[in-house]
Ligand binder design. Structure first.
Ligand code: GLY
Ligand code: MN
Ligand code: MN
Length: 503
C-alpha cells in the first residue's frame, strides 16, 4: 500500500470537518520572531560556491538535497542530504528533504537561492495531518527568514522551483547533479527538452555536462578548509571516546554472547550521542571475521584470545566523518603470533605516514606501506618460491602479496567516508599531496582460517590499523594520534581503561 492509499484508508482517517480545522488552527502562541544566528559554516560555504560560480560562468546550476526514501510502507529512512548539497549550503544532519540549491547566473557571478519546504502555517492541512512533513508529526521546520539568517543566502518556497528553472531556458545553459534527486533531474531534462523544441535545436540530454558538474563538485572537496578540518577533528574526538567505551565494554561483550553486535551498539550509542551517528556501518569483526573486509553483519561471538578488529567512525552533524580502525586483543594482550602480524602492519602504517607529505603523490603512501607488507611476507617465507620483494611489487607480474592485503592503503576522507570519489586518476591517485588534504592510512594483513599457505598459528587473524591524517606544509598530522596504535601502547590503553572501570 502506498502512503497515499494509507491516508485514504479507514484505519488512518483524520478529522476533516470545517469545525475541526478551525479548532486545530487556533489557540497557539505566536510564532517566535527570533532568528537563528548566522552559522559558522556560512562564510566557508559562500567561498565554495564562489569557486563553483567561477568554474561555470553564466550557467544555471542545480544541486538538489534529495528526497525522503521509503523504508517500508509509510515509514521513511532518516534523511541525509546529498554530499554536494551539504558542502555548498553548510546544511547537515537531516536537512532539508526536497530542498534544491540553485546557483542562478547574475551580473558578475551567481546568486545562491535555496528552494525548500518552509514551516507551514497552522491553518494548513499539513500542520496537523501530514505524517511526512507536518509539524505535529516530525516537528517544526525553519521559516524562509530562519534559513536566510542562518546560511546567508536567498531562500524561497520549493513550490517556486519549477518556474525558476524554466525561466529563460532557451538562453541559459543548465546543469544538475543528476544522482541527488530523480524528480528534480527529470524536471531539468524536461526544461531542456522544451527549450530545445522551442528553439528547434536538437534536444541535448545534458548528461555529460551534468557529469562534469558532479565531478567538479567532488574534486572541490579535495582540499579541506579550516572549518572542515575542525569538523574532522571533532569527528575523531568523538570516535576516540566511542572506542574507549567499546574497550570498557569488551568483557561484557564476551560474557553476553553475540559480542560483535554488543560493541556495534556501544559504538553507535556514542556516535549518536556525540554527533549525527556512524559515518558508515561499523565493522565489528572478531577472530576470522576480521578477514572479511566489510564485515558489517556483526553477528559473531567475541572470544577470549581473539583479535577484535573495529573499523568505525563518528559522523558529526555537519556530516564529516572519522574512519578509524583498531585491532584489539580481546584478553588484553597479544599472543606472540598476533603481535607478529600486528607489528608488521604497524610498521607498514608508519612507512605510509612517513610518505604522506607534499611533494609525494597520493599513491606513494600505498607504495611505501605495501613494500613493508611485502617485506614481511617475504621474510616469513609466504611469497611463492623464487619471488622476492621487488618481484611481488612488480605491478604487472607480481602482486602475490595482494592475497593478504587486497585493498588500497588510503582514501580521501570528508563528508563521504570515501570522499572525492568522482576525481580522476590524475586528480586522485597520481596527484601530488597538498596541505589541507585529509586521508586515511590503513594497511592490513588478513590470514583466513582456511588459508593453507600460511602457518597455522597465523590463521584466523586479521589486522588493520587505520588513522586519519591531515597533510600539512611539511608532512602530515595524525588527527587520531591520541588513540594508541603500537602493540604495547594498545595493551596499556586497554589495561588503563579496564583498571578504571573494573574494580
Ligand atoms: N571503513 C571503510 C574503509 O576503511 O575504507
Ligand atoms: Mn575504515
Ligand atoms: Mn578507510
Amino acid at each position: 500500500m502506498t502512503s497515499e492509499e494509507q491516508q485514504k484508508s479507514d484505519n488512518r482517517a483524520r478529522p476533516t470537518t470545517d469545525e475541526f480545522r478551525e479548532f486545530v488552527a487556533r489557540g497557539w502562541a505566536p510564532r517566535s520572531t527570533v532568528r537563528p544566528p548566522r552559522a559558522a559554516v556560512a562564510d566557508f560555504a559562500a567561498r565554495r560556491r564562489a569557486a563553483v560560480s567561477e568554474r561555470f560562468p553564466c550557467e544555471r546550476l542545480v544541486v538538489p538535497a534529495g528526497g525522503l526514501k521509503v523504508r517500508s510502507n509509510d515509514t521513511d529512512y532518516v534523511f541525509r542530504p546529498h554530499s554536494a548539497f551539504a558542502h555548498l549550503t553548510g546544511l547537515g544532519s537531516d536537512r532539508e528533504p526536497d530542498a534544491v540549491l540553485v546557483l542562478e547566473p547574475v551580473d558578475g557571478g551567481h546568486e545562491a537561492v535555496l528552494y525548500f519546504r518552509p514551516l507551514a502555517d497552522r491553518d494548513t492541512e499539513e500542520f496537523f495531518a501530514d505524517a511526512r512533513y507536518g509539524e505535529f508529526w516530525v516537528g517544526a521546520r525553519p521559516t524562509i527568514e530562519d534559513v536566510e539568517a542562518e546560511l546567508g543566502l536567498t531562500a524561497r518556497h520549493v513550490a517556486e522551483f519549477e518556474d525558476a528553472i524554466a525561466k529563460d531556458a532557451g538562453t541559459v545553459a543548465i546543469r544538475v547533479v543528476r544522482d541527488a534527486d530523480f524528480d528534480v533531474t527529470a524536471e531539468v531534462d524536461r526544461v531542456r527538452a522544451d527549450a530545445a523544441a522551442a528553439t528547434e535545436d536538437a534536444a541535448q540530454s545534458g548528461t555529460e555536462a551534468d557529469e562534469e558538474l558532479a565531478a567538479y563538485l567532488s574534486t572541490l572537496r579535495l582540499i579541506k578548509d579550516e572549518w572542515e578540518v575542525a569538523q574532522l577533528r571533532d569527528a575523531v574526538a568523538g570516535t576516540h571516546r566511542a572506542f574507549e567505551a567499546v574497550i570498557a565494554s569488551l568483557p561484557e561483550a564476551v560474557r553476553r554472547g553475540r559480542g560483535e553486535r554488543w560493541v556495534e551498539g556501544v559504538f553507535g550509542l556514542h556516535a549518536r550521542h556525540h554527533g549525527n551517528g556512524v559515518g558508515y556501518d561499523s565493522i565489528c569483526a572478531s577472530g576470522d571475521h576480521a578477514n572479511t573486509l566489510h564485515w558489517i553483519k556483526n553477528t559473531g561471538e567475541i572470544r577470549e584470545g581473539d583479535l577484535l578488529l573495529i573499523d568505525a567512525g563518528v559522523e558529526v552533524d555537519s556530516l564529516f566523518t572519522a574512519d578509524i580502525t583498531r585491532t584489539l586483543p580481546v584478553s588484553g594482550t597479544f599472543t606472540e603470533a598476533q603481535r607478529r602480524i600486528y607489528d608488521a602492519v604497524y610498521a607498514a602504517q608508519e612507512a605510509g605516514m612517513a610518505a604522506a607529505r607534499p611533494g609525494n603523490k597520493f599513491s606513494d603512501v600505498h607504495a611505501a606501506a605495501i613494500r613493508v607488507i611485502a617485506e614481511h611476507l617475504h621474510d616469513w617465507g609466504l611469497l611463492p618460491e623464487g619471488v622476492d620483494v621487488e618481484g611481488t611489487l612488480d605491478p604487472e607480474h607480481g602482486q602475490y602479496h595482494r592475497r593478504w592485503m587486497v585493498h588500497g592503503t588510503s582514501h580521501h576522507l570528508g563528508i563521504d567516508v570515501h570522499d572525492c570519489a568522482l576525481a580522476t586518476r590524475e586528480q586522485y591517485m597520481d596527484a601530488e599531496l597538498r596541505p589541507g588534504m585529509v586521508l586515511t592510512v590503513e594497511p592490513g594483513l588478513y590470514f583466513k582460517a582456511d588459508d593453507e599457505l600460511v602457518p597455522a598459528e597465523l590463521r584466523g587473524n586479521g589486522v588493520r590499523i587505520e588513522d586519519d591524517i591531515l597533510i600539512t606544509e611539511d608532512g602530515c598530522e595524525n588527527l587520531s594520534a591520541a588513540m594508541p596504535r603500537a602493540s604495547a601502547d594498545v595493551e596499556r590503553w586497554i589495561a588503563g581503561i579496564w583498571g578504571r572501570t573494573t574494580p
